[in-house]
Design a binder for this molecule. Structure first.
Ligand code: UD1
Length: 423
């Protein structure tokens, strides 16, 4: 069983390259289902979620060649059975992104319900409500969503709340629907905007992606595409928080600063300098770390996917920080683990109060989800002694070789094999 060993109390110094955005690559891979022929994705990160999506596309009749940082998707070959099985969907909730493309392209889709998730209930009701508005007949039985429509037709859809993958599912479905679709109260994340760019390359007419109202003129057929994925803002933000916690000075290559503005504002407030250097960013701890309160919100608010990493940094800041999680319930699972490393954190419902301590102490800790794992690695960087982060498969879902990237900037971080995993 892999684990990450961190020997802390060293500053970061050097260069770290930011890879392609996981949350942009996943919907774009699913968008290949909308056309025939060969699509080429560039700047794809080498992650377990990419492998899972490739496996899903293969089940759906595509030839997928993963040669990181490129992925080629070709096909379909033979008769496509538009069904996404539980074995794959349960590994990655974002698998639900095949629902929209499949029903739009094949008139029928059967996709396993993603089920519960460690960080909250995460329903898909908004995806289904939107597809129904486009004319799909939806039934949910035996743990599967069945969506059927001979041809989707454009419609007006108002989401009750902004959902990232819900917006993306509907954008893809509407791109092959007959006529014009208007989506209201959309998620405005940069990854949604990126999908809009790809759908436009494919021949749909998508206007307003990245804003709360999106118009889509559907096409009868869509073309394959060649596209380089944007840089991962959450990976970049994670390394920024690492510098904040551990101290030091790094050049973050290809950091997408504009997409990270809500995080950078907070970083500057606590004493982390982030300055543009050409297409890269210089990130430095400028002095003692101060505390700042944070409330997560949909983009352009502070991203929930940066909450755990920012909290790790606040554990060693001067003063008290109050962090409020408004996007997902139950997203404080890193708190008890940080506590085992000497952090002073109290939680009340969706609020965590963090009283900074001068230094954490290394411990054996358990990763519980993707971003929580990253927060434990950051905590390890600023802890005295050795930290072992177990259940690294969470980390591998969303960070490409984080141990190598941090080690390249002077941190003592390595992947180790543990003989067994405690129950
Ligand atoms: C995406 C990101 C994830 C990020 C999250 C919020 C991908 C692959 N994943 O997840 O990393 O943490 O956005 O920025 O892009 N909701 C409903 N009904 C729905 C859909 C969502 O109630 O039908 C709720 C969720 O429970 C949650 C909120 O809406 O409270 C936002 O979730 P959503 O934006 O859908 O998250 P994901 O798209 O799953």
């Amino acid at each position: 069983m892999d684990a990450i060993r961190v020997r802390g109390a060293r500053q970061l110094k050097g260069t770290i390259r930011v890879g392609g955005a996981k949350n942009a690559a996943l919907p774009i891979l699913c968008a290949t289902l909308l056309s025939d022929g060969e699509s080429l994705l560039r700047n794809v990160p080498g992650l377990r979620d990419i492998e899972t999506t490739a496996a899903l596309l293969r089940v759906l009749g595509r030839d997928v060649t993963v040669s990181i940082p490129e992925v080629r998707v070709h096909g379909p070959k033979g008769t496509v059975v538009p069904e996404a099985p539980y074995e794959l969907v349960r590994q990655m909730r974002a698998s639900v992104l095949v629902l929209g493309p499949l029903v739009a392209r094949y008139g029928r889709a059967k996709v396993s319900l993603p089920g519960g998730c460690q960080i909250g209930a995460r329903p898909v009701d908004q995806h289904l409500l939107g597809l129904e508005a486009l004319g799909a007949k939806i039934t949910v039985e035996h743990g599967y969503i069945l969506a059927e429509a001979p041809r989707l037709r454009g419609a007006e859809v108002a989401f009750d709340l902004p959902t990232v993958t819900g917006t993306e599912n509907l954008m893809m479905a509407a791109s092959l629907a007959k006529g014009r679709t208007t989506l209201v109260n959309c998620a405005r994340e940069p990854e949604v905007e990126e999908l809009g760019r790809v759908l436009n390359k494919m021949g749909a007419r998508v206007e307003g992606a990245g804003t709360s109202i999106i118009h889509i003129h559907g096409a009868d057929e869509l073309e394959p595409f060649d596209h380089a994925i944007i840089a991962d803002r959450i990976e970049a933000g994670t390394f920024m928080a690492a510098v904040g916690a551990a101290g030091g000075d790094i050049l973050l290559e290809h950091a997408p600063l504009d997409d990270l503005e809500p995080v950078i504002v907070k970083l500057r407030r606590v004493g982390v300098g982030v300055e543009r250097e050409g297409e890269h960013a210089r990130v430095q701890r400028l002095g003692p770390l101060n505390s700042a309160d944070v409330t997560t919100a949909p983009h352009p608010g502070f991203p929930t996917d940066m909450q755990a990493q920012f909290m790790a940094m606040m554990c060693v800041a001067g003063g008290r920080a109050v962090m409020t999680e408004t996007v997902f319930e139950n997203r404080f699972m890193h708190v008890p683990e940080l506590g085992r490393m000497g952090a002073h954190i109290q939680t009340h419902n969706n609020t965590a109060v963090i009283d900074g301590v001068p230094r954490l102490s290394g411990a054996s800790v358990m990763a519980t989800d993707l971003r929580a794992s990253a927060s434990l690695v950051i905590a390890g960087l600023v802890a005295e002694g050795e930290t072992i982060v177990r259940r690294v498969y969470h980390l591998d879902r969303g960070y490409e070789a984080i141990e190598k990237k941090l080690a390249g900037a002077g941190a003592d971080v390595t992947r180790v094999q543990l003989e067994s995993e405690p129950a």
